[in-house]
Design a protein around this ligand. Structure first.
Ligand code: CA
Ligand code: CA
Length: 393
């Protein structure tokens, strides 16, 4: 999309039709291009060990704040920048045939983009009360989901009865700046059907207010009975038998503005009868939005956020055209290559109705900004995209 893309095909089209002399030229060879640039870390300035990648190629920034990736097939291209503890940034751009792009100051915002543990190297700072233990698994499912180790409520046999809650609490995570934070875990359970139950809760970093997280699909039991005084009576729970190791996923979008969160896995037990218990392995927190471009099936997203910026280069005025298939507030943040915010705007598009916003090259103080490269981050409730803008005046 965009004029540069169209120009590219127009040029080919004319050669095909009209120019006999350039038959050789008709076979326009793909000439690999290159992309270089630098990273701007939005909070600390420490760009080392940032990784930039596109089309299966990558470069790691270590010695100086500079990357270069060569031998890239031209065309529409997505460039990803990532760093541990930072949210992956994706830049949509276009690489001319044989061209080279320079992207200085690709922004990286802090945020725990991804966290994954299979518990093979330890407890991952999870702490269990009651029967919870990290151990090699021989009973219950007969083995861990991955490797040898998993958390379970009594790896030796059935969980202990007696009006108690066995709680496993995680360490603290930041979901900040993830577009669609999600939690995923594998579990296996055999819990006294209809009388005992298990669920997942989230709280802020202090663990003072816990609220129940709903998986997708939801818990099989909506409302645990209070007949035998189960401490989780009235709560939605897993109960009965999982029928094998199963992956469960939770959309955490509602919590991404909390500075930090932690999770708790509660097994509520009434006064009699027990079963093999609850087993957990392969805990993962990730940005479902950032991973969807890798055809990741974890959380299918049917939300779209399409942004075109035209003209680009801007001289100095350019128009953002934004369309979503849902109703939400959309924020546009324009910043310079040093990561400083230049201009912000807030729009309220209706579903499937394009909304336009014009940037005339002025900053918040109404001063015309310098010619050069700018980035625009367009954020909706579900997604965010980054566009590069070249301003010329
Ligand atoms: Ca494991
Ligand atoms: Ca029981």
């Amino acid at each position: 999309m965009g004029s540069r893309f169209q120009n590219y095909f127009d040029r080919e089209f004319q050669i095909d039709l009209f120019d006999d002399k350039t038959m050789g030229f008709k076979l326009i060879k793909i000439i690999f291009g290159s992309i270089s640039g630098s990273i701007h870390i939005m909070d600390s300035g420490n760009w080392s060990s940032s990784i930039v990648f596109c089309r299966m190629k990558s470069d790691t920034i270590s010695g100086g704040n500079f990357f270069q990736i060569d031998s890239i097939i031209p065309g529409n291209i997505k460039i990803f920048a990532s760093k541990f503890d930072y949210k992956t940034t994706c830049i949509d751009t276009f690489l001319e045939n044989g061209g080279s792009l320079n992207l200085s100051g690709i922004p990286l915002w802090p945020g725990q983009n991804d966290y994954y543990t299979n518990f093979e190297s330890g407890d991952s700072e999870f702490t269990g009360s009651g029967d919870w233990q990290l151990a090699e698994i021989y009973s219950g499912p007969g083995g861990a989901y991955s490797g040898n180790l998993a958390w379970s409520t009594n790896p030796e046999g059935n969980y202990t009865s007696g009006l108690n809650t066995h709680s496993l609490e995680t360490n603290v995570f930041s979901l900040h700046n993830m577009a669609v934070p999600a939690l995923e875990i594998y579990h296996w359970y055999d819990i006294e059907n209809g009388y005992d139950g298990a669920n997942v809760k989230i709280s802020d970093e202090y663990g003072q207010v816990w609220q129940i997280l709903h998986p997708s699909p939801d818990y099989p039991v909506e409302n645990l009975t209070d007949e035998f005084n189960n401490p989780l009576a009235g709560e939605p729970v897993y109960s009965g038998n999982s029928g094998g190791w199963k992956k469960i996923a939770f959309n955490l979008s509602g919590f991404k503005n909390w500075p930090f969160v932690k999770f708790r896995f509660d097994l509520g037990v009434d006064e009699q009868k027990s079963a093999a218990g609850w087993y957990l392995d392969d805990f993962k927190i990730f940005d479902a939005n950032a991973t969807e471009v890798f055809d990741n099936p974890y959380l299918p997203i049917d939300k779209t956020l399409e942004v075109t910026v035209f003209p680009n280069p801007a001289n100095p005025t350019t128009t953002f055209s934004i369309i979503t298939n849902y109703t939400t507030e959309v924020t546009i943040i324009i910043f310079n290559i040093n990561g400083q915010v230049v201009k912000k705007a807030r729009l309220s598009p209706e579903a499937n109705q394009p909304v336009k916003w014009q940037w005339q090259g002025y900053n918040r103080l109404n001063n015309l900004v310098a010619s050069g490269i700018y980035f625009a981050r367009i954020e909706s409730l579900h997604q965010s995209v980054v566009r590069k803008i070249i301003l010329i005046h």
